[in-house]
Design a protein around this ligand. Structure first.
Ligand code: ZN
Length: 98
């Protein structure tokens, strides 16, 4: 578990490595001030984040972007129902034709 923090060191979330090089972000309900390790009882508001997202630090107002990785996208798609992936893939192909 890695810390995900703003420029001022406020803890905004934690990054969990779920194997195969997939980094998943869990956003905390409240930003945490201080250098302490991520508390064991972190209050997670959202996660894992599967798209691109701006997270605002409630302590200093900084906006920090999270960008989903290719590995995380593949991991997400692989976890889905085959029929859903088929529809998704067809939709992408239709769009590419336009
Ligand atoms: Zn901050």
């Amino acid at each position: 578990m890695k810390r995900w923090q703003c420029k001022h060191g406020h803890l905004l979330g934690v990054i969990v490595e779920s194997g195969a090089g997939v980094s998943q972000l869990f956003v905390l309900r409240h930003a945490v001030d201080g250098e302490a390790e991520a508390p064991a009882e972190v209050d997670v508001m959202l996660g894992p984040v599967v798209g691109n997202m701006q997270v605002r630090c409630e302590l200093c107002g900084e906006m920090k972007p999270w960008r989903v990785s290719v590995n995380a996208l593949i991991y997400l798609v692989e976890s889905l129902d085959t029929g859903l992936v088929y529809q998704f893939w067809n939709r992408l192909l239709e769009r590419a034709k336009k």
